[in-house]
Design a protein around this ligand. Sequence first.
Ligand SMILES: Nc1ncnc2c1ncn2[C@@H]1O[C@H](COP(=O)(O)OP(=O)(O)OP(=O)(O)O)[C@@H](O)[C@H]1O
Length: 687
Amino acid sequence: MEKIKNGREYLQYVLQCLNDRLAQADAAILEGEKEIEDMHEYYWENYTEMDQYGYEDYDNQQALFRQMNANEEQFRLRRRFKKMQDSPFFGRVDFRYDGDEEAETFYIGIGNLSESAGSLPLVYDWRAPVSGLFYDYDKGPASYEAPSGTFEGEVTSKWQYKIRKGKMLYEFESDVKIDDEILGAELGSNGEVQLKNIVRTIQKEQNEIIRNTKDKIMVIQGAAGSGKTSVALHRIAYLLYHDRENLKSSNVLILSPNGVFADYISHILPELGEENIREMSFDLFAYRELKDIVGDCEDRYDQIEHTVLNPKIQDICREKQSPEFVSKLDGFVLRLEDELMNFRDVEYRGCTLSEKEIIDLFYFKFLDVPLLSRMHSVAEYFVDQVETLRDRDLSDEEREEVMERFMKMYETRDCYVLYSRFLEEEGYRPLPRCQVEKRHLRYEDVYPVLYLKYTLYQCRNHHGIKHVVVDEMQDYSWIQYLLIRKMFPCRMTILGDKAQTMEDETQDVLKFLPKIFGKDIRKIVMNRSYRNTMEVAQYANHLTGIEDMELFERHGAPVDEQTFSSTEEALETVLDKWLNRREEFETEALIFLTEREAEHAYLYIEKRLKEIAPEAENQLCYMNRDSQNFRKGLTVTTFYLAKGLEFDQVFGIFEADRESGLQRQAEYITATRALHELHMYTMEKPK
Ligand SMILES: Nc1ncnc2c1ncn2[C@@H]1O[C@H](COP(=O)(O)OP(=O)(O)OP(=O)(O)O)[C@@H](O)[C@H]1O
């Protein structure tokens, strides 16, 4: 095997080895299953005779768990080997260690493979330390970090392979230029609906982020299409691989924009050999946390729709998420320490806690407990006293009764009522008074109320989470980041693009994040864009005046710009272009500023398809905020839901003369969604 220098021969060797390992895994699984069956049988036959203390039963259970884990491991191996049968490796790097005569060869693939467990790998996982050489260096001096230290030497050659279904499609020794050609071919290809994994072509500056394990909070400002989402997901795969002991996929949470986005990225981690991770939008999270306070909350998308109709409401929303507003809220919370309380003696079954004792406990012993949870601690203290004196535990009902007496010392514990009072005190319009189910929070008030709740109550700890990924960081406000820090005091990867803010002005959160997260933060800027053709990227950059973006040299059709006098006319053109070239593209999008426009267009196209091309009906879909799947075909939607996604061909239809900052942002976001072709249509205002 040592002697095989040729990729094709090596492929045959590796495929044979994969077959052997698969057969071994199959045999081990069969044997394991038999073992588990025998254990069950033994248990049922003998459980009446097992020792009375349960030792034997316990031992049996432990043995059963061990066997089940061993089987699970074999299943994992089998899944990996099966995946590798399609393309066992994609790269090779020959590295001569300093002091050695000859270079060693390392083949790189999506997972490790060796002839037997524990022997030297035939293929190295792309996340292994030595694989860093492949991404970081061309021929020449190089080094890599491993747990045992830094290894210096020289890359003597580097190869790239494309293998599909176990067949070598091409192999060549690569230099920088060819790297670019391969990358160009990857970027130019159609065929994948969802986001692709990029292991074969990770770029050096991306690799630096993926392999960073030092920094607690990484913040990535990346241009549209620079690979932020891809990099964040590969980074998670890397961290899961290197810290298996401490970090499981269930410890990672992605705060992402919506359900479709979650679906769009859902296959990447499984493809990289990891389990999928939890994903949630912050609005959904807030909504769940506020369920006991309000009946309903607006979300970010409602806010955008309202802003289109009345741009002024953005100002008040911005104001209510700002540092100044938060410090007023903090001041209000301080005042509540006094104003909210109405202390009095508590007597229960012959035991008394005097008002003075309660005040002492409240303001000294339990001062660290948040205000609205503090009386609970005082009550617990009292319950302890009662139980000691009476020498028995109180029943649940008795405890309840005691608690209630203590809670009555708060004027109110309702964050909605308190927030409304705060608004009034600060000269804002208070919230309508109504029962919980009828309460409907405007978006501008959602996070201030949540902030109040998290400041006034001892809130649930989200302990299981050890790494949070925040995508689209520019869409989060000061107050939201304060909440994120409070809820998740863990490592984070925060990524976004200030140019894609969904407001009339761009928001650069990088300016204020250090104030929230302190010195733990590491900022990285990625300015090279990979998604769009040069024509599309230049057009998009022109819309917002971006000049510093580095574009990948890939060309396509010029942007198709047209003006129409009626929506129907524009939609007919979209229909025509889409139907005529349906075979060429996998995914297309028709994007609008508002939900109303998108829905109208969808209904129009749906009706027309029934008349002219019923066979294409199942290729049309409407994407709203409740949608959960990213689909092939033509997706009709709004710019804010299309954010983060990409499509082979994009149509954007926007009204002329709606010269708002938000519309400019919407057009920019729309344009940057196009991989290959972009059509930007303007609707003339009716005269
Ligand atoms: N190193 C790479 N090799 C191949 N393709 C890449 C690479 N980096 C990025 N891409 C491709 O570029 C496109 C954009 O990537 P991605 O969606 O991760 O970018 P983004 O910065 O999150 O974009 P946006 O902010 O505009 O939504 C994807 O098609 C992705 O596969």
